[in-house]
Design a protein around this ligand. Structure first.
Ligand SMILES: O=c1ccn([C@H]2C[C@H](O)[C@@H](COP(=O)(O)OP(=O)(O)OP(=O)(O)O)O2)c(=O)[nH]1
Ligand SMILES: [Mg+2]
Length: 175
């Protein structure tokens, strides 16, 4: 089945900081993210992180932002994550887009060669809000429930915050 775009693509100006870098491209029609490459080779030991250059800078229209997302293949195969996922590229940012990668594999190093695809860029419209301070917020069904308040696991039902999870994990490890 052919893919008919429902919307006209948004035009984004791009500048190559590295003369040879490929322009970010969508792998398939309908993909949300255009792949970003690293222009520098790098080797990360287990637990090590690096800020890798992508060789491109962009000028987004006002009202848009771009988000640097991880690639699931790299995550599943090598344990590579983005420290700040998703990274936020502001509309006014004209510097080179960088990717903050970390090797979460406990044993294996990971090596990136120049022009390996390391992340993907998702461009989205974003709202700008005005904050209006009030003494009381309007009620809601969820109210202040969060952090596992809907349950789903007997051990965490009724948990009020993050500490409870830490004790659940350590209890299991001791078994
Ligand atoms: O993964 C990322 C995240 C950010 N940036 C660039 C674009 C973004 O517009 C700028 C600032 O990012 P952010 O606001 O997340 O960082 P900050 O620590 O708040 O820095 P600043 O004080 O410059 O806003 O850095 C990247 O190139 N890659
Ligand atoms: Mg900031």
């Amino acid at each position: 089945m052919s893919h008919t775009p429902l919307r006209t693509p948004v035009d984004v100006l791009i500048r190559r900081v590295d003369a040879e870098v490929p322009i970010p491209a969508y792998g398939h029609p309908g993909d949300a993210g255009a792949d970003l490459v690293t222009t520098e080779a790098a080797e990360l030991a287990p637990g090590e992180r690096a800020v890798l250059p992508t060789g491109v800078s962009i000028a987004l229209p006002d009202g848009y932002a771009a988000f640097v997302h991880p690639r699931s293949g790299l995550a599943a195969r090598c344990g590579v994550a983005l420290v700040n996922a998703p990274g936020t590229v502001d509309a006014g940012y004209r510097g080179e887009i960088k990717v903050i990668v970390v090797n979460l594999d406990p044993r294996e190093s990971v090596r990136f060669e120049r022009f390996d695809r390391i992340a993907q860029l998702v461009v989205q419209q974003v709202e700008k809000v005005r904050f209006h301070e009030v003494a009381e917020l309007p009620g809601s069904a969820r109210a202040e429930g969060g952090f596992g308040s809907t349950g789903g696991h007997a051990a965490t039902d009724g948990a009020q915050g993050g500490n409870r999870y830490a004790s659940v994990v350590s209890d299991r490890e001791g078994q």
